[in-house]
Ligand binder design. Structure first.
Ligand code: NAD
Length: 462
């Protein structure tokens, strides 16, 4: 009851403030984004510490995937927001002469942002930049599963940003439920498909638009690549894309690799060598590999490995340490396709390698599962590339690399089907938090009589 009162009061205050129009000016938007850049700059060490406490992330990883990502988005927004806000002329057919058409972006109003724990800073602040750029007022609900980052955001955001327009509300499921009882003008959710359907049902009651940034199983296709150095580079990028960001706890991380049977041994051998090179002989002692976020996810991942046929398929790693919440980078060769590890999103440092007779079969394999957030394909074969593009559906496709699409503001980021609804990043974030209003300017001269009754034959011909 107490939470509900607090939530209702926050939303009421935000709505009042939005009505005042203060958040619509370019000046307000730029001031807020500049303040966010200052926040990142002033508290970089505190952010690194919070990310290390919540997830064991190394500062280099924290800069690359969190602080750096947000700073890049903020600077892009500062450079472009005026251009994004400007009305765009639209061609109006002669039939309407004299008339001018334009598309005018307007803020949606009071928006709710739910973020996830795996990139608890960037997945909270990146959408926030979009919402502010578009002139909205915001409630940000960071993930309770990254508590240090959540309290960092709750403590520092009010010191830098306009607290009449941007409120951070911390909490778990009970708070989420109270938030979902409110009327919002937009809900932006990053998380699992399961919770997304709860969010979407709540939003439907008020016809609130949603953006759902979800996950799924992202495959990486490894084609033959006859040149050994190309093959090595591809496998290096696979290791980087699997274990690099948050130890595999990444929505666009590689879930499994598809390869032709004849290349499986060389692939597994290279994977092992590169893992050793990156994380040393004993990755548990390495300070550069993130740990599993909490006991719940640790146990979930251990359970994925428990099935006897899955255990039998482990060709590298497999050791776990409950106290340190550590799971070794683990490779599985052809685990049963009906095992849980091949049915649900892994979201952790386990990598199944699935072999096929012919690389073309990968397309059928991918299409027999829900649409992924990303498909990665290492190939120089233009025909295969075209087949992947035209015969599969996914949020994004990246050829010959992994994860880099997340950093490119020129491309929209989002899923399709089970992997999400809507998109953001760069100008796409601004659009996600705006309504583009259709405006037609007419004047009061040149009247066409046939548009009015009484109707007659002459008017029909007109
Ligand atoms: P989650 O769905 O458990 O939680 C996400 C958010 O929803 C959190 O803020 C949480 O507090 C809230 N929540 C939890 N239970 C709720 C309930 N019953 N009602 C309302 N809200 C509730 O997801 P997670 O564990 O934080 O993240 C993992 C999932 O997120 C994975 O599926 C992953 O692929 C996906 N993800 C997607 C992206 C993306 O950008 N597409 C990024 C990161 C993670």
């Amino acid at each position: 009851m107490e939470i509900l009162g607090e939530v209702e009061e926050s939303v009421r205050e935000l709505r009042e403030y939005f009505k005042s129009g203060s958040t619509r000016s370019v000046k307000w938007r730029k001031t807020q984004i500049t303040a966010l850049v200052e926040l990142l700059h002033d508290h970089e060490d505190a952010i690194f510490k919070a990310l290390n406490q919540d997830l064991g992330k190394h500062p280099v990883e924290s800069y690359r995937d969190e602080v750096g990502v947000v700073a890049k988005s903020a600077n892009n927004s500062l450079n472009c927001v005026e251009k994004w806000m400007a009305p765009k002329q639209s061609h109006v057919p002669l039939l309407f002469f004299p008339a001018k058409g334009e598309l005018l972006p307007e803020p949606l109003g009071v928006v709710l942002i739910f973020s996830s724990w795996n990139f608890p800073i960037s997945l909270a602040l990146d959408p926030l930049i979009g919402a502010i750029s578009a002139g909205n007022v915001v409630v940000l609900k960071p993930s309770e599963q990254a508590p240090e980052c959540s309290s960092f955001l709750a403590n520092t955001i009010p010191q830098y940003l306009d607290s009449k327009a941007i409120k951070v509300i911390e909490g778990g499921v009970d708070v989420c439920e109270q938030l979902l009882l409110q009327k919002w003008d937009k809900i932006f959710f990053t998380g699992s498909p399961k919770v997304a359907s709860i969010v979407m049902s709540a939003a439907a009651k008020n016809l609130t638009p949603v953006t759902l940034e979800l996950g799924g199983k992202c495959p990486a296709i490894l084609d033959s690549l006859p040149n050994p150095s190309d093959f090595r580079l591809a496998v290096r990028r696979i290791v980087g894309g699997k274990w690099g960001p948050c130890s595999g706890q990444a929505c666009i991380g590689i879930d499994y690799v598809l390869v032709e049977d004849k290349f499986k041994n060389v692939l597994v051998d290279l994977l092992k060598r590169i893992i050793k090179k990156f994380y040393g002989e004993d990755p548990k002692e390495s300070k550069i590999i993130a740990r599993i976020v909490n006991k719940h996810h640790f146990e979930r991942l251990c359970n994925l490995l428990k099935e006897p046929l899955v255990q039998a398929s482990i060709v590298h790693g497999g050791s776990v340490d409950e106290e340190k919440l550590f799971i070794e980078p683990t490779i599985l060769l052809d685990p049963p396709l009906d095992a849980q590890i091949m049915m649900e999103e892994i979201f952790g440092p386990l990598l199944p390698v699935i072999t096929m007779n012919r690389i073309q079969e990968t397309i059928e394999f991918i299409n027999s599962r829900p649409k992924p957030l990303a498909i990665y394909a290492f190939t120089k074969d233009e025909t295969l590339k075209r087949k992947i593009l035209s015969e599969t559906s996914s949020g994004s496709v990246v050829f010959n690399d992994t994860m880099v699409q997340f950093l490119c503001d020129a491309l929209p980021f989002g899923g399709v089907g089970q992997s999400g609804i809507g998109r953001y990043h760069g100008k796409f974030s601004f659009d996600t938090f705006s309504h583009e209003k259709a405006v037609m300017h007419r004047n009061l001269c040149l009247e066409i009589e046939p548009r009015y009754p009484p109707w007659n034959k002459f008017k029909m011909q007109f």
